[in-house]
Design a protein around this ligand. Sequence first.
Ligand SMILES: [Zn+2]
Length: 250
Amino acid sequence: MTGANPPGAGILDRSRIRLGRARRTVGAAGPQLAGAGRMLSPGAASAALTFDDGPDPVWTALVLDLLGELGVPATFFLVGQRARAHPDIVRRMLDEGHGIGSHSASHPDPAAMPVRELVDDYRRGRWMVESVAGVEVRLFRPPTGRIDLAHAPAIRASGLRPWLWSLDTEDWREGTTTEQILASVSPGDGDVVLLHDGLQPAGSPEAHSRAATVAAVPVLVERYRRAGLSLVLLPDASSAPARPRAGVLQ
Ligand SMILES: [Zn+2]
């Protein structure tokens, strides 16, 4: 990383556990987040694609187009302010069978905001997404994956379940190529893959194109399929209310 670090990037760099090129990582949270999800239950031959920082009118729409063509669901962790700005994209996610969770109201840097303000931002983020989507939001992914001891209890008390990831494609790094994203993914049972469909504010070092991520999506889906792994929603992801189907027991 050169030049000014984007908010939280340094935290991520220091906190990730790297296991070789595969970059199987966990989020920044420590033992205090024993209840945070990181991987799907093993043995189910499944994996989950997750997208953070949207919705974005350009990149999220392209991701949804691709996922629709491929016929696979994904879970999107939405920034509340962006969900309010693009409610049509949020509704499209639900209509097309995807899941959603909250990724804060304003995407603050958790290390740079007082705890009380941070918890308030997280609570508002949930409410903003719920007000747009019309469904209860249960999943939460903190910006940069960081939850400190000081505010973890408040997040739990709010009823949100933190979900991190098991595999970081590092597509959030400026200049990451499709090849680098693909090189970071070797499909495994229970993987939760971290990707990004949204952009940080214009002018920030992270305000770059998501074209590399978009181009990687079809290849990733194919790899998981070839590995015999089904791509599924994260448990407790909010989705559109089920429409009754003949022959399906409730
Ligand atoms: Zn984020």
